[in-house]
Design a protein around this ligand. Sequence first.
Ligand SMILES: [Zn+2]
Length: 467
Amino acid sequence: MEHSTLLKDGYIVLPDETVKGSIRIRGEVIEALGDIVPLDHEEIIDCSDCYFLPGGIETHTHLDLESMGTVTADDFKTGTLAALAGGTTTVLDFATQFHGESMARGLERWHEKADGRSAIDYGFHMALTEWNDNLKNEMASIVADGITSFKMYMAYKGRMMVQEDEIYEALEEAGKLGATIGFHCENGLLIDLFTRRIREAGNLTPYYHQMTRPPELEAEAIDRLETVVSLLHTNHYIVHLSTARGLSSVLRARERGNDVIVETCPQYLLLDRSRYGTPEEHNFESAKFIMSPPLRERRDQEALWQGLASGDIQFVGTDHCSFNFKGQKEMGREDFSKIPNGAPGIELRMNLMYSCGVAGGRMDINRFSVVTSTNAAKYFGLFPRKGILQVGSDADIVVFDPKTEWTVTSDLLHENCDYTPYEGFSLKGKVRDVFLRGNRKVISGNVVVRDSDGQYLRRGLPDVTIR
Ligand SMILES: [Zn+2]
């Protein structure tokens, strides 16, 4: 009989309740949970006073992505080790179909980047930079292959931006197949206009990046998207929602009957635009926070926290897109528009959301596990293999110690980046042990198994009933 391990005497976190008990792992799956009597010769790991959480599911990363003349600091090897250390056992990255390419070509390239290099299980969304009949004809085979979520950008004209006719047809086709499309909602045309004007006026410091993308442009794009959706009523979601205004647009669309699902990110919950300083300051350090959408106001953070807790927002991904400050962010020293957009976040997602969400009194531990794992598993077609602690599910388990208090410094992290936007954050609680399909890869916060044995996940269709 296969070796078994008993995680003894913790608190099992389920979507609606927390139960004191133990978990038995046999092979790669959960064999039993609850009140369990240890077997002879069974390996026993004491987990008293710790929570058992379903392994985190990261819904939004850009690993090994070429962007703005450089390539992200984290690839699949470093990014997934960082994820693992932080209690994330599944990652969904954006494979990209660039102009003129087939989706199959984009997918092939992403397999080359990821296969044999990932320390956690992984799947891909497919980002589409355009829409045409070839892509339309290809979509069914991509969905059949287990890529059941796509992405389109309403910003970045000339590189990725799509317009309403393309969105309509893509949604129509995805709808026939039962797949979903995530949208980057910002008005790309106005962003380009504002960028041109601000640069022509000689305003080139990092402060001005945010001035090119005011919050209204997110809400406007959501309104426009939801108008298209209301003609079709097909599955779709909004990636990295960053504003209270945007959330209001979502709520209005829902009142009109649109079934819209929403992702937000830790940076929009925890960091605000004061990080960009003032127009008078010329502190290039603020380039560390240059991302799109940009950081917003405190009142936006509050609205997003409330949305997450109430069920208006369904899951949390990080948009991890890391560039070193030295040598990469610095490419924009003379011009903010040349600063690579993005920041790291994959490693701290679970710890930040616990500390600031649960310990911070904004949501209970059950909702925390739902927005960091269960909902993503359901929406991205991985449930119940992933996203829940139950008999027969993959033994992707985080042993979380709520008592440890610690301070974030970038040198503690496994991300291959020379800074973290969360430097100096005092956190309550910490990921202790992490199991990937029964394999104890993290012990006491240390990654002890660094094998690249993450499996590629072919995914099912979205469960759109998540709240
Ligand atoms: Zn992104």
